[in-house]
Design a binder for this molecule. Sequence first.
Ligand SMILES: *[C@@H]1O[C@H](CO)[C@@H](O)[C@H](O)[C@H]1NC(C)=O
Ligand SMILES: *[C@@H]1O[C@H](CO)[C@@H](O)[C@H](O)[C@H]1NC(C)=O
Ligand SMILES: *[C@@H]1O[C@H](CO)[C@@H](O)[C@H](O)[C@H]1NC(C)=O
Ligand SMILES: *[C@@H]1O[C@H](CO)[C@@H](O)[C@H](O)[C@H]1NC(C)=O
Length: 260
Amino acid sequence: MAYDPSLLQSFLLTLAALQSIAAVQFSVTNIAGTSPGGLRFTKEIGIDYAKQTMETTTNFIWRMLEEDNPSDRKQDVKEVIMTIQDFKGAEAITYGNRINVSAIYLEGYQGNVTWEFTSLIYHEMTHVWQWTGAGQAPIGLIEGIADYTILKANYYPKGFAKPGMGDRWDQGYDFTARFLEYCEGIKSGFVAALNKKMKNAFSVNYFVELLGKSVDELFKEYKAKYNGTVVERNGNEHENVSRMTEYKDRHGSKSRISLS
Ligand SMILES: *[C@@H]1O[C@H](CO)[C@@H](O)[C@H](O)[C@H]1NC(C)=O
Ligand SMILES: *[C@@H]1O[C@H](CO)[C@@H](O)[C@H](O)[C@H]1NC(C)=O
Ligand SMILES: *[C@@H]1O[C@H](CO)[C@@H](O)[C@H](O)[C@H]1NC(C)=O
Ligand SMILES: *[C@@H]1O[C@H](CO)[C@@H](O)[C@H](O)[C@H]1NC(C)=O
């Protein structure tokens, strides 16, 4: 049989694609046991769905951040470990490649907890894959990018900030997500490009480099665009609508408690 180089090439490409997925392992352990939240997790979410969600959200985030090429990703993350356990004070905590989900939070959630869990994992998994400027980026921006993911994935809660809301560009969560959405509207691919620049350092000048304007100018334009069309929510209280996740950088040098 004649040797067909294009067949071999497509075989190798398929193999490479499989390997890039296989290179990351996802594991889920429910150590909340028979506590009410642990039971609700088992009944309404389950280990299989949780693992599948880790993979789906990972693929979504890689695409969103334009990290289709494995060399653009965090090379040292070979597995992501999720633990469901009883703790108070946050819905989830992501620390490097570990995502701890609060069973107490799941227990108390009113509504479709499968949906809520999925949305939460879009946010937490972003922390696993995003760059943080080696710990120099403002926490509000890091949380903003994580909420930008749930906005793009169409998994944002009802009370999520509307376009034009917010007092500061780095206010965090859904407020910063809406500002990033505005920037993305100026230049498609902006969020991915910003994240790439944040691999080893952070500077507010990245906004100038990417969009030709300072972040303050951009925020002014953003506010002006929606002036008169939004009723501000009390941003500092953050009510129940966004997540008070606690995020610590992977080196553990700084404990970064979210804005609240
Ligand atoms: C997450 O859970 C694991 C397993 O219980 C625990 O060892 C770790 O300290 C927790 N991480 C944080 C940041 O709470
Ligand atoms: C609950 O949310 C999940 C995940 O988004 C969805 O698949 C399911 O259809 C929802 N269930 C209901 C009853 O809306
Ligand atoms: C919004 O509009 C009001 C009234 O026209 C104006 O006084 C204010 O400066 C505008 N604010 C922004 C942020 O553009
Ligand atoms: C926030 O949660 C509390 C207690 O669960 C509830 O009474 C209140 O209505 C919620 N607020 C909003 C804006 O959803």
